[in-house]
Design a protein around this ligand. Structure first.
Ligand SMILES: [Zn+2]
Length: 378
């Protein structure tokens, strides 16, 4: 993977390049930050860059023998470790290598994936996946083998927070006396649960969540979304490209959501019980996941409206323009006097829906309370 294939992170990529050129890449690196931040592909790009024979462009050349091996997933001295669980295919002591094919395929199709997506691919999303002590033993065994021909060996441990204690201790032993020409790249979302003795041996690389503009660009370029929809999804995804991608699967719903949102707030503002009940009837037909998605959309829209009161930003990109609902005219009704209550009401509705409460009751209750809130004067 080239650095150029990964969204955003211009400064961080420069920093990694510099580390390579100044020969300051430590034997153990800890990439840390929230889900969907591109940390895993970045660690892979760094590995390839270290091995590339022609770094003159500031990125891997993609043409030398090593680059070709990396690109085709055939570089023999890179070992991936990730959480796994027992499946039909691997019933006893499952190891990462048992699932390498699934891993390569997922990396190829959606490189920003999170843990849930990975487990879903394996069909074990309801199981407790972990990195076991057998896995650590397997790494030790692989590292004791002679390097295939390339200069460097790599062990990329994704989600090391899923190592149990005995696995962690075994890894720690290797980190204490690292074999020559071997790099360990740990990619974590949660440094707090890692052994402090492990993190203290790692050079730390913070990988921040993606800013709004990069998320939007990613959605338009890689998911071929139009500007309006990309803009809405980018706001909801909050810099998590894995989530952004998932939300795309429902993107055709956003126009629908906008229509339902506008008729809802109009009905609430007028306190028109008949209109409210019609709206409840219609929205409670959404299946549960979609209803949760719609409620998140509403929550995000209220936030946007609130922000509009404090910024000059023009909202010509908004999905609401398509349906003739002007968010800027609605925004004064969401203000400092009611905003936090409104967001609380919505959060609690989302919570209730996810706890299998009856959607009609939740939406009716939410609407009646919302009706009161929307008429609170600033
Ligand atoms: Zn190359």
């Amino acid at each position: 993977m080239k650095f150029a294939e990964i969204a955003g992170h211009r400064e961080l990529k420069n920093k990694l390049r510099k580390l390579v050129h100044n020969e300051r890449v430590g034997h153990a690196l800890l990439f840390y930050g929230p889900e969907g931040n591109g940390a895993l592909p970045l660690s892979m790009a760094l590995a390839q860059y270290l091995c590339c024979d022609d770094k003159s462009s500031g990125d891997s050349c993609g043409k030398c023998m090593n680059c070709k091996l990396f690109t085709s997933n055939n570089y023999p001295d890179i070992h991936f470790v990730y959480p796994v669980a027992k499946t039909q295919k691997s019933k006893d002591k499952p190891l990462s290598t048992d699932f390498r094919e699934e891993w390569n395929t997922l990396l190829k199709t959606e490189k920003y994936f999170g843990l849930y997506r990975w487990l879903e691919t394996l069909g074990v999303e309801n199981k407790q996946a972990q990195i076991s002590v057998y896995e650590s033993a397997d790494i030790l065994k692989k590292l004791s083998l002679k390097s295939y021909g390339g200069k460097y060996k790599f062990v990329i441990i994704w989600m090391p927070e899923r190592m149990n204690n005995s696995a962690s201790n075994k890894i720690l032993k290797i980190l204490e006396e690292p074999p020559a020409f071997t790099f360990f790249f740990l990619v974590t979302e949660d440094t707090d649960v890692l052994l402090q003795t492990i993190t203290s041996r790692c050079q730390k690389i913070q990988v921040n969540r993606y800013p709004l503009d990069i998320t939007k660009e990613f959605l338009m370029e890689e998911e071929a979304l139009d500007q309006n929809t990309a803009s809405v999804i980018a706001q909801i995804a909050e810099g998590n490209l894995s989530l952004a991608r998932k939300l795309c699967e429902r993107s055709e719903s956003y126009r629908d959501y906008a229509v339902h949102f506008s008729s809802w707030v109009r009905a609430c503002f007028k306190a028109d019980t008949h209109l409210i009940l019609n709206w409840v009837e219609e929205c409670s037909r959404y299946e549960r996941e979609k209803l949760k998605d719609f409620i998140r959309f509403c929550s995000n829209t209220f936030r946007q409206a609130l922000n509009l009161n404090y910024s000059e930003s023009d909202h010509s990109n908004d999905v609401f323009n398509d349906i003739g609902f002007e968010l800027s005219k609605f925004s004064p009704f969401v203000n400092s006097a009611n905003a936090s209550s409104i967001l609380e009401l919505i959060d609690s509705a989302e919570y209730d829906v996810s706890r299998n409460a009856n959607p009609k009751i939740v939406l009716t209750d939410l609407s009646l309370k919302m009706s009161r809130q929307l008429r609170v004067k600033p």
